[in-house]
Design a protein around this ligand. Structure first.
Ligand SMILES: Nc1ncnc2c1ncn2[C@@H]1O[C@H](COP(=O)(O)OP(=O)(O)OP(=O)(O)O)[C@@H](O)[C@H]1O
Length: 292
């Protein structure tokens, strides 16, 4: 089912324009919403999830008019907010049983079946008898996915789920999402470029409430072929290079030198070599252009 967002705007009471005439179309699969802190990702996610209202615009999911018929959307929605709050001292299995009852799954047999399924999908089956309050950050995030899968949602929204996870936990979490993305519409917000590169077949870059880019990661990278240039400089040369070139990113080498990546339509200087564009370059170019 397709999610269609048109002309969505939101200005908070303090005058911050969090969403500025956002148009976005999202189909089945993993969709990445990439943007820095404060870009408006959570505002967009909360609006789609019917937790807050926009000032103007429309949202439809299939034939559901999301802003008018919030209940219909909630029935098919699975939402994992940025902060899930505190978990009680209860085993994962018991807690899921409780959530399943809240979600109206009346038959004990049905609950048992779906709970087994969601524990297996999220790789928590072996630790189902352990208390969720004692889970690691990554396990808690996977539990968050398990609970939202209970009512078999058609639209899944996860807001910055990998923030604060260690690399192994992040990897495990992304694998779970990848599995789910095969047959659901999943919107996944993050400020981590690698999350999107590894996982999403389509992405949008959001900043200042505006969509700066919309397409596939591959198209995004191809759009910068011949425009990304690299060279190694000394650390203390950085300021001078920053004045003369459009530096997108710089990384330290072990010997105190820096690798810089520069955006330019032409070779900026004979000392630069052409680099293969990466999604991270696309992200920085979009943010830089937005600032000009
Ligand atoms: N309830 C609110 N009242 C006032 N301003 C808000 C409110 N919620 C968010 N904002 C502001 O709106 C802008 C967008 O915030 P939002 O939380 O949507 O961004 P985000 O991309 O999710 O960033 P983060 O990752 O930091 O949460 C920010 O400037 C934020 O300070």
């Amino acid at each position: 089912m397709k999610l269609q967002i048109k002309g969505l705007s939101k200005t908070y009471k303090n005058g911050v324009k969090a969403l500025d005439n956002v148009d976005l179309e999202i189909g089945t699969g993993m969709f990445g919403l990439l943007g820095p802190n404060g870009a408006g990702k959570s505002s967009l996610m909360r609006t789609i999830s019917t937790l807050q209202s926009p000032d103007s615009g429309s949202i439809t999911f299939g034939d559901i008019d999301v802003l008018k018929d919030q209940m219909s959307l909630r029935k098919v929605l699975g939402y994992l907010p940025q902060e899930f709050g505190v978990y009680p001292n209860m085993s994962a299995e018991k807690l899921l049983n409780y959530f399943a009852q809240l979600k109206g799954i009346a038959s004990k047999e049905d609950r048992k079946k779906i709970i087994k399924e969601v524990l297996e999908v999220t790789n928590l089956w072996d630790v189902r008898n352990k208390s969720v309050s004692g889970y690691s950050g990554g396990m808690k995030q996977r539990f968050g996915i398990a609970q939202l899968l209970l009512n078999n949602p058609k639209l899944i929204i996860v807001d910055e789920p990998t923030a604060g996870l260690d690399p192994a936990e992040r990897h495990r979490f992304l694998n779970v999402l990848r599995e789910i993305g095969n047959n659901h519409t999943v919107i996944f917000s993050t400020h981590i470029v690698d999350d999107v590169r590894e996982l999403c077949h389509e992405l949008a870059i959001l900043n200042g409430g505006n969509i700066l880019y919309r397409g596939t990661p591959k198209e995004a990278e191809e759009s910068l072929v011949g425009k990304i240039w690299m060279r190694i400089i000394e650390r203390d040369e950085f300021d001078e290079f920053a004045r003369n070139y459009n530096i997108l990113s710089s990384n330290y080498n072990q010997d105190n030198t820096l690798n810089i990546r520069v955006y330019s339509d032409e070779k900026p200087h004979e000392t630069f070599v052409e680099a293969k564009p990466q999604l991270e370059d696309v992200y920085f170019v979009a943010l830089k252009k937005d600032r000009v």
